[in-house]
Design a protein around this ligand. Sequence first.
Ligand SMILES: [Zn+2]
Length: 140
Amino acid sequence: MKKKRNGNDLISTIGFVIMGILMIVSLFIPYPYFFIPFGLGLLVLFYCLFRVLSTNVEKRQYEVKSLSYKFLKLMKTDMSMYDKPRKIKSLVIGEKIDNDEEHVLARCPYCDKKIRLPNKKGKHGVDCPNCHHHFKIKIK
Ligand SMILES: [Zn+2]
């Protein structure tokens, strides 16, 4: 199965613009100092490419939401309309159930629903039956 990639988002768009400005600025700076904006531009470029190619889409989207949220707050926007973005746990730890050795409980990080799973040690992938998101669980 081919993994979904994040693609261009708000942060990488801003990044590409900053990179462009840094590269242009470096053209007007004499040797050897032009390496400073040029190097920074390259770093920004690599970070943007990392975002575009990243397969951890949920985490990248959380970063965009969280940045927008901080920006709105900074602009003194009325925040009652906006929910604070929730960080998605990348790994859920299975909870033991009293008097049931065969199962563990996992709380879906997307919809918060509790799911009963077979108690098998190790890391497993789970598809939430409620919201159909995929997440990883670790059972000790
Ligand atoms: Zn769910």
